[in-house]
Design a protein around this ligand. Structure first.
Ligand code: AMP
Ligand code: GLY
Length: 419
């Protein structure tokens, strides 16, 4: 089969690296890909936010299955558009991708399916939202309804901060995504992520993980896409995993099926482990990055066969297996990220690092210059991943491996997996 993966991050590198093992795949393409992905797949220069470009390429090359990595093509309806031209695709329809594209939509599903989540109210009028603050305690959480590149959530410590966040959202700093605002109860606890592979009505666990969203050590500094992750998380017991699958994931699939918009793809639940048990903070409709790197370095089953089972609605017969041994990844990012940073600084030592037993370096924002030199080309640049017998060993291994990578303009957190 000919397969096309969409994306260019370390997540997509991990996906291509894992898919490249499959004897069923005769040609693996990735658009646009990156220099690391080039070792696993044929990289194609396509604008993946343009559905027509993807479809033209897929028709020309007779691609059998398209696998999007990031959320934007899913929210843009790429799955629906590919179906119209009879090309199979793995992921939710545009309607089902609302589980990530609209926080209000997800809350409606939570209500219908009785899923434990934070109490909330929704507003399309700024004054009503501000008046409602008289009824809430602080901290209080202010959220833009739509996709806001990870910046749409403010944990307001006092009423003034909450008013400012509401005003900013209605002022349009997130465009239309912020014209509807949710005011949410603040949940206290530890965060964890749970992943499930879904084919409409069946969900099978894709294990769990924990990421580190802040840029600085000790969870300080601005929010990022994720600076490191590990899997599995010791904070979720077997009973918690069962609870999440049966009381959060499965009722969501039933509710989505009943409204005529079944969910197929990867359902990623962001959870708060509160004293009342796990509660849903948000859904994403794809693998997390960097969580994907620590999940796919633990998978024992063939990823492609699992994805095919989801596409063909045969997941109820599929038994997925994971290595019990943990995986941990540290993101090497450009100094300045998630704020302003410069591209084009030279990186070396990746080959040597990849030769270390138990280490895999996934590329994100890298670029190969015409002279063959590897340079930085983005905020998150590498995701250095270790598998070992224990989390502590994986941590030690990853940090000693990072010493082999020579890159003056890079930084990474020193405390991934320490808590
Ligand atoms: P989200 O984009 O919804 O995942 O929110 C981003 C981050 O904000 C989450 O990972 C949490 O750390 C935090 N957050 C969101 N909602 C809540 C809440 N209701 N209570 C506490 N923290 C929250
Ligand atoms: N690591 C968070 C995300 O992928 O959304």
């Amino acid at each position: 089969m000919k397969v096309l993966v969409l994306g260019s991050g370390a997540r997509e590198h991990a996906m291509c690296w894992s898919l490249a093992n499959s004897p069923l795949i005769t040609r693996l393409f990735c658009a646009p890909g990156n220099p690391g992905i080039e070792e696993e797949a044929e990289c194609i220069d396509l604008n993946i936010n343009n559905n027509n470009d993807i479809i033209s390429f897929a028709l020309k090359e007779k691609v059998d299955l398209v696998i999007p990595g990031p959320e934007i093509p899913l929210v843009n309806g790429i799955i629906d558009d590919l179906k119209k031209v009879n090309i199979k695709a793995f992921g939710p329809s545009k309607e089902a991708a609302k589980l990530e594209g609209s926080k209000n939509f997800t809350k409606e599903i939570c209500k219908i399916a009785k899923i434990p989540t934070a109490k909330y109210e929704v507003f399309t009028d700024q004054n009503e939202a501000i008046n409602y603050l008289n009824n809430t305690d602080v901290p209080v959480v202010i959220k833009a309804d739509g996709l806001a590149a990870g910046k749409g959530v403010v944990i307001a410590q006092n009423k003034d901060e909450a008013v400012l966040a509401i005003e900013n959202s209605f002022k349009g700093i997130f465009g239309d995504a912020g014209k509807t605002v949710l005011i949410e109860e603040y949940l206290e606890g530890i965060e964890a992520s749970y992943f499930a592979l879904c084919d409409g009505l069946t969900a099978i666990p894709l294990t769990n993980a924990q990421d580190h969203k802040r840029a600085g050590d000790g969870d300080t500094g601005p929010n990022t896409g994720g600076m490191g992750a590990f899997s599995p998380t010791p904070n979720l017991s077997e009973a918690d995993n069962e609870y999440i699958l049966n009381n959060i994931i499965k009722p969501t699939l039933v509710a989505m099926h009943n409204r005529g918009t079944p969910f197929q793809g990867i359902l990623y639940a962001g959870l708060m482990l509160t004293s009342d048990g796990p509660k849903l903070i948000e859904y994403n409709v794809r693998f997390g990055d960097p969580e994907c790197q620590v999940i796919l370095t633990r998978i024992k089953s063939n990823l492609f066969e699992a994805i095919l089972a989801a596409v063909e609605h045969t997941l109820d017969n599929f038994h997925i297996r994971f290595n019990d041994e943990p995986s941990l990844t540290v993101v090497f990012a450009t100094k300045g990220y998630p704020g302003k940073y410069k591209n084009g600084s030279i990186i070396s030592g990746i080959k040597e690092t990849n030769n270390i037993n138990g280490i895999k370096v996934f590329h994100a924002g890298t670029k190969k210059e015409s002279n063959g030199r590897l340079v930085s080309n983005g905020g998150r640049v590498l995701s250095v991943t270790a598998n070992a017998k224990t989390m502590e060993e994986a941590r030690t291994l990853v940090y000693s491996a990072l010493d082999n990578i020579k890159w003056d303009e890079g930084f990474y957190r020193k405390d991934i997996g320490k808590k």
